[in-house]
Design a binder for this molecule. Structure first.
Ligand code: DAH
Length: 347
């Protein structure tokens, strides 16, 4: 019996290595340890054996049984791990990688210059006590136009400028001024916030126009806010961003949501004021339209204009990037050319 047991052991050890999947493992186990399995087959002769023999064979048989169980368990773990690894290898996917990037090999990441500027400006405003707000890209007529004192007949509503949805009630926001309304709806005065984001216009593109670009809206509402407050914040902003003395000029400007409204221009940094394609030869770049919030806008935002007043501004982030990094065509910003974006990695 002992000899048979030893032979069975040898057979087991030799063949267990060939098992490659869970099914054959289970079959194998039944084959050896099942009621009618090989082990019981040998032990069948125990009844006739003496007590002495029974004892020693029983002990050896139990050891063997344990060996079979341990070996099969280890083999099962091996098989399962191999199956999981094979699955992962086959369906492994990094959804952030485009075929293009895969083909060229991995590149280290960097921030887009618009993101760099946006974060810098957010920091400047946070240091002056402003909150940062957000708003949806898909807006309704009320937040993009109506509440901003833009009547039905205003040219800004012209189909050519706005990407409307088929229901003609929703649109891609044409400016971040929508965030003024959302900010007033969500806050009780006094407050001050900025709201950066992407905006969309159905326009032909050229060196200084894109269909999608970026603005940063600002609004401050309180008691007795004046144009002097507005100018103070704008000047602080510009000197922080450009870290140099800037030549600026303030002109009257018309925007339905402010009264009075202004255009704050900076001298073109691309050509130093001599005139180029970015400033369209004028030497000046419109950068910061702003003004004192129109009473109708406060009212639309649920604020009593007899008690509160404020200012607002809308900064063009793409232009700012172009001025700061001396980029002469806005289309580079969304061009998707890695050679362009890589230049801004370090900041
Ligand atoms: N929303 C305007 C635009 O996109 C920019 C603007 C002008 C924003 C004056 C303002 C403002 O907050 O006061 O053309």
């Amino acid at each position: 019996m002992l000899q048979k047991l030893e032979e069975l052991k040898k057979e087991f050890r030799a063949s267990v290595k060939d098992l490659k999947d869970q099914n054959s493992l289970a079959e194998f186990k039944a084959d050896y340890l099942g009621k009618k399995g090989k082990l019981n087959d040998i032990l069948g002769g125990m009844r006739e054996a003496s007590g002495e023999v029974r004892k020693s064979v029983g002990a050896r048989a139990n050891e063997f049984k344990q060996e079979i169980l341990d070996t099969l368990a280890a083999q099962l773990t091996k098989i399962e791990t191999a199956e999981v690894n094979a699955k992962l290898k086959k369906s492994w996917q990094d959804i952030t990688l485009t075929d293009d990037v895969m083909a060229r090999g991995l590149q280290s990441a960097g921030f887009h210059p618009v993101t760099i500027i946006q974060r810098e400006i957010e920091d400047i405003f946070i240091s002056m006590g402003f909150d940062i707000l957000d708003g949806p890209h898909i807006e309704d007529d009320f937040h993009n136009f109506e509440a901003l004192n833009i009547p039905d007949t205003h040219p800004a509503r012209d189909m050519q400028d706005t990407f409307w949805f088929a229901d003609m009630a929703h649109l891609l926001r044409t400016h971040t001024s929508t965030i003024q309304i959302r900010g007033m709806e969500a806050n009780d005065p006094p407050f001050k916030f900025v709201g950066p984001g992407k905006v969309f216009r159905c326009e032909a593109t050229d060196a200084s126009h894109e269909m999608a670009f970026h603005q940063l809206e600002g609004m401050m509402v309180g008691k007795d806010i004046s144009v002097a407050n507005l100018i103070y914040f704008m000047k602080t902003l510009l000197s922080e961003i450009f870290r140099q003395d800037m030549n600026v000029r303030l002109r009257p400007g018309f925007f339905p949501f402010v009264e009075p409204g202004f255009e704050l221009d900076i001298e073109c940094l691309i050509c130093g004021g001599k005139g180029c394609k970015v400033c369209k030869g004028s030497g000046w770049v419109e950068l910061l339209p702003c003004g004192m919030t129109h009473p109708n806008v406060l009212r639309a935002g649920g604020i009593d204009p007899n008690e509160w007043n404020g200012f607002a501004f809308g900064l063009g982030l793409d232009r700012l990037v172009m001025m700061r990094y001396h980029i002469d065509d806005i289309r580079h910003l969304h061009g998707g050319d890695l050679r362009f974006v890589e230049q801004f990695k370090a900041y």
